[in-house]
Design a protein around this ligand. Sequence first.
Ligand SMILES: O=C(O)C1=C[C@@H](OP(=O)(O)O)[C@@H](O)[C@H](O)C1
Ligand SMILES: C=C(OP(=O)(O)O)C(=O)O
Length: 452
Amino acid sequence: MPSAAPPPAALTARTAGPLRGRVRVPGDKSISHRALMLGAVAIGETTIEGLLEGADTQATAAALRAFGASVTRTGAGIWKVRGVGVGGFLEPEDVIDYGNSGTGARLALGLVGSQAISATFGGDASLRNRPMGRVLDPLRRMGVQVLARSKDRLPLTLKGPDITLPIEYRVPVPSARVKSAVLFAGLNTPGVTTIIEPTPTRDHTERLLQAFGAAIEIELGADGERVVRLEGRRDLKPQQVAIPGDPSSAAFLIVAALLIEGSELTIEAVLLNPMRTGLIETLIEMGGDIEIGNRRTIGGEAVGDIHVRASRLRGVVVPAERAPSMIDEYPALAIAAAFAEGITVMDGIGELRLKESDRLASLAAGLGANGVTVEEGPESLAVTGGAVRIGGGDVATRRDHRIGISFLVLGLAGQAPVTIDDATPIDIHFPEFQALMSGLGAHFERAEPAAA
Ligand SMILES: O=C(O)C1=C[C@@H](OP(=O)(O)O)[C@@H](O)[C@H](O)C1
Ligand SMILES: C=C(OP(=O)(O)O)C(=O)O
């Protein structure tokens, strides 16, 4: 059953004055999904503080309730999850609707696949168009049956066997979600499930599994390969999880502050896991004045306050190897690149075609409509910065929150207003964006959508 999207609401962003102050961004989306899911399979009550309360994580919370866990909100960002044990999911009566959430759906395929139940996964039009095969392939090897109407796309039904088989799986594409889905399936699998990651990706799953008391071992090979071994069918202990600010949300504020003259902004308590800081590294290489202070650890993750001052940027070549550490930040980087002197080349980013929209196509179209020269390759984007007049265009968000926010930032930093055709996807991941930026003096106006 497809989920109903809210009616589109067009929004215009106009040139903003300096952004100054100290702000916080919502909790990290990746950790939020994982904390809810692990809470649901621990035995006892987990408390989560700083949970991202966007549409995506709400879909995960609703799904976990349908599988029998109790998930309740007890205050702003504070959630309690009473888990049912690693093999304790109940068979849901209805289709589980993951809305627009690729992460929610993919991680849950692993968590649910190893349970001896049947469950049907659905989602919105964008999610039904996204490939699930990369997660389903290893699950099939573990004995999970998959019934899909159209090849490896949602809606699909999983039927878990009585006992899943432990596998050794070399992840064929750098994907934290594939790794995590297999590890989640491994939780209810007797024996040792092994993941080999030729290219390491974000390791929030491993860190949380360690915190929840799972029998997990991580080995780093000399050639950079990571091997993760998890012994299944062990009880998980409930935890108090504190979730730091999402660096993928902070990305938009960092870029806006770098681009808008006179800005000086501190974004507090942002997650600085080294597998998530590729954008900061790149913006510093481009000449961005970014300093990290107050480094500390929250919930087993590195955190710091990011201090940004408006800067003149220059184009750089972003190495393909950096992609896993900034995969969701390329839209924000493309906006920074539009204002940098020279060309910014982003290579090895074909994965962006498989996100909420084909992000290479969405970025190329949006930049082009706003006077920026851009070259779209099969797996790359080259943006020529510094056009005399940036802005003035209409942008199709294609139900993609990161495309929507990125072009609002372009409108705030540019010389002419930018209208996005639909701001509703922003609620998926960063519902506070508009209010937060308005509090810093930015102007947005409801607009009539451009005629199709
Ligand atoms: O593990 C995660 O939480 C995520 C991993 C990335 O996807 P891939 O695993 O497909 O690279 C990222 O794009 C997504 O937004 C969240
Ligand atoms: C790819 C993303 O999310 P998801 O796949 O969870 O929808 C994202 O947030 O950029």
